[in-house]
Design a protein around this ligand. Sequence first.
Ligand code: UD1
Length: 422
Amino acid sequence: MDKLIIKGPNKLKGEVRISSSKNACLPILAASLLFPQDIRFKNLPGLSDIEFFIKILESMGASSQADGESLIISTANLHNVHADYELVRKMRASVLVLGPLLSRFKEAKVSLPGGCAIGSRPVDIHLKGMELLGAKIEISKGYIIAHTDGLKGCKIPLDFPSVGATENLMMAAVWAEGETTIENAAREPEIVDLANFLRQFGCEIKGDGSSRIKIKGRDFKDYEVTSQNSYQIIGDRIEAATYIIAALMTNSQIKVLNFDPEHLASVIEILKKMGAKIETIPQGVEVLPSGKLKGAKVDTAPFPGFPTDVQAQLMALMGVADGLSYIRENIFENRFMHVPELVRMGMDIELDGSSAIVVGEEHISGAPVMCTDLRASAALILAALVAKGETEISRIYHLDRGYEKLAEKFKLLGAQIERVKE
Ligand code: UD1
């Protein structure tokens, strides 16, 4: 297992190019199950979650072939509709194969994903929606066993704007008969990217980005292989937010490129309220030296609210800001695992149920710390960049799930960071 050694405090300069969005890639890879043809993905990020998702597709008979910078995936010769427990348990997003399999093949057997470090994360909203579309679902021996004589479009009101459920149901509706309307749909940019991908294959989808998404279903028999078979995925807004916060914590000037700042509007707004100087430039933003930021009060919420995936990184920034800050985590019940580690580095954070109260410290210091989940790990990197002395971060396989070439990118920005074998 590798670990990271960061010597602080650091100052950053230069520019960083953001990779493609992990959370957009995963549903789009799942959507390749809908179309029996070669699809060229131009810019898949080198992340363990992506490699893993491709393994799940391959386990069903999909082929993948590298061609220069691109990867060509084909699900033309799929031979089974079974996503095994051994694969699914490693990544919750695997459940995204359910909708496309049911839509195209009228059956699917997918392991229930179970809990994960940040919360119980059930899939009841996904299943309820599939049932409304006409799927018969049985849970047996830890598996979701679903079949249908043919899905039929309908109105699906979601109890909560779940990102994964919205994506799964959009894909299920592609080969359903008639129109499907998803009410209280998630509005995240990754949903819009999935809709753009589906439209490229002739799907009629309206309203993505709003709370009501309409999908006009078609008969799979009418599908014609298209010539437009390549897709470029959006930049990763969460990765971008992490680098922006890194620049602010180290009082540095850097350009963060290859993402759409509109996707981070709520984050940039809060950071500006805290005193950050951030300017929009072509292809991204420039962060200017902003001095010590002020504390803030933030609630996580579904898009366009403040993203839960940036909560840990923002908390690291609050830990060295001026005065008192307050965070309430409204999306996941157990997403504060970074707190004990940040406290070990000298931050003053107190938890009260789903809230955290942070008192900004003048100085924090390096310490041996441990990654617990993807974004919690990012918070530790950020803290290490400003901590005095050496921070040793172990279990960094969590970071490899969602940050492409993290050590290289920070090194290019001038950080003193090394990846070493444990
Ligand atoms: C996606 C993102 C994840 C992000 C999250 C919220 C991917 C691969 N992952 O996860 O990084 O943190 O959105 O923005 O895109 N819930 C239920 N029942 C369900 C579905 C969800 O109770 O059927 C609950 C979950 O337990 C959680 C909340 O709803 O508390 C949000 O979940 P959801 O929006 O579905 O997140 P994911 O799609 O899993």
